[in-house]
Design a protein around this ligand. Structure first.
Ligand SMILES: [Ca+2]
Ligand SMILES: [Ca+2]
Length: 83
């Protein structure tokens, strides 16, 4: 008796799984202007917001240290994260 009677009906499909979504909705803390990157523009935007010169599209994005309020601490945190 041979032992090659292993009948494998397992079919491997060529899985062409490609992520169709261009940009995953990753929440970047510190990405104040929500453009996908954290850079000096975010610092500028947050600073302007803090001094009353500008608005934020999504106010929660400005809460960098996630303590529920947007203040100078968030600006400091944001600056620190870019260093
Ligand atoms: Ca940004
Ligand atoms: Ca905060």
């Amino acid at each position: 008796m041979t032992s090659d009677g292993k009948e494998s009906s397992y079919v491997f499909e060529p899985v062409a799984k490609k992520a169709s979504e261009p940009v995953p909705a990753v929440r970047l803390f510190g990405d104040v202007d929500a453009n996908g990157t954290v850079d000096e523009n975010d610092i500028t935007m947050l600073r302007n917001y803090l001094v009353g010169l500008g608005d934020l599209n999504d106010v929660s994005q400005g809460d960098v240290n996630i303590d529920g309020v947007i203040n100078i601490s968030d600006l400091i945190e944001l600056k620190r994260s870019l260093m």
